[in-house]
Write a protein that binds this ligand. Structure first.
Ligand code: NAP
Length: 256
């Protein structure tokens, strides 16, 4: 897998502390073509799972503290990569916010819309990834296949919205898709070998989906390891002409 990428490439995974991000880091480290994984998390030093991976994979795993909602920290990641001479061929923004204690809960109706909660969801799901695009696209490897991906969600598809609800999450992911589509157009001109795309992982058994799993049939609730493998397989198959698209875990194209 990942044979479409050059030998010995570096990958950045943003949102690596748990859930799908952690599984992506583990899957990348198992891949012989991957020379180094830069795993970004808010508090990497207190993440036991990342420590266990570091013990197993040594210097191939580099961790970086990054809160995606703090622009200076995104700039600091870019500076670190630049001074270490790392030009990644693969960047995946995984972090996302759907709910958070009593502060952020997906809205069922208009009265539930809360300015602060919506602002927080947009900061994590849209503004942060946009800043990552801004700082990392120019640093990506200029030769060979290179890909900048962000995990979006099918519920961010405007044409697929039949159920309503979840105003903040849906609209933040729709806006993320637009950021990625726009960046893909600029990349075609400025970073010609870099494809930019949005990915939908499918309903995955993580903290994010846990409160909403009751009506999900067991065969439709994926493990993080399965999703990581499937997403890497999709990324492996994506080509430059797919840039700007929105793809599900099985490779199917999702309309915006
Ligand atoms: N699970 C699903 O069913 C599903 C379905 C569709 C789309 N998705 C998308 O897939 C992605 C991964 O979801 P998941 O299920 O793996 O979620 P998760 O288990 O809840 O993990 C969320 C990740 O985002 C990180 N994060 C949150 N706020 C952050 C911030 N300000 N700065 C940096 N990192 C931050 C968390 O780090 P901390 O540990 O520091 O909090 C954690 O690593 C998300 O974008 C989500 O929207 C998931």
């Amino acid at each position: 897998m990942l044979d479409s990428f050059p030998q010995a490439f570096s990958a950045v995974v943003q949102g690596a502390s748990r859930g799908i991000g952690l599984a992506l880091v583990a899957a990348l480290l198992e891949n012989d073509r991957v020379d180094q994984v830069i795993a970004c998390a808010r508090q990497p030093s207190s993440c036991e799972a990342l420590a266990a991976l570091a013990e197993r994979h040594g210097a191939r795993l580099h961790t970086q503290a990054l809160d995606i909602t703090i622009p200076d920290q995104v700039a600091a990641l870019a500076q670190m990569l630049q001074s270490a001479g790392i030009r990644p061929h693969l960047v995946i923004n995984v972090s996302g916010l759907l709910h958070q204690g009593a502060d952020v809960m997906p809205e069922k109706r208009l009265e539930d819309i809360d300015f602060d909660a919506m602002q927080q969801v947009f900061a994590v799901n849209t503004l942060g990834p946009a800043m990552l695009c801004r700082h990392l696209l120019p640093l990506m490897a200029g030769e060979g296949k290179a890909a900048f991906l962000a995990l979006s969600a099918r519920v961010g598809s405007i044409s697929d919205n039949r159920l309503g609800g979840w105003y903040a999450y849906r609209s933040s992911k729709a806006a993320l898709n637009q950021v990625l589509k726009t960046a893909s157009i600029e990349a075609r001109r400025r970073y010609k070998n870099v494809l930019v795309a949005a990915l939908h992982p499918g309903t995955t058994d993580t903290d994010l989906s846990r409160p909403f799993q009751a009506n999900v049939p067991p065969d439709k609730l994926f493990t993080t390891a399965f999703v990581a493998r499937r997403l890497l397989a999709v990324i492996d198959r994506l080509e430059l002409e797919d840039s700007g698209g929105f793809f599900a875990w099985d490779g199917a194209k999702i309309p915006y």
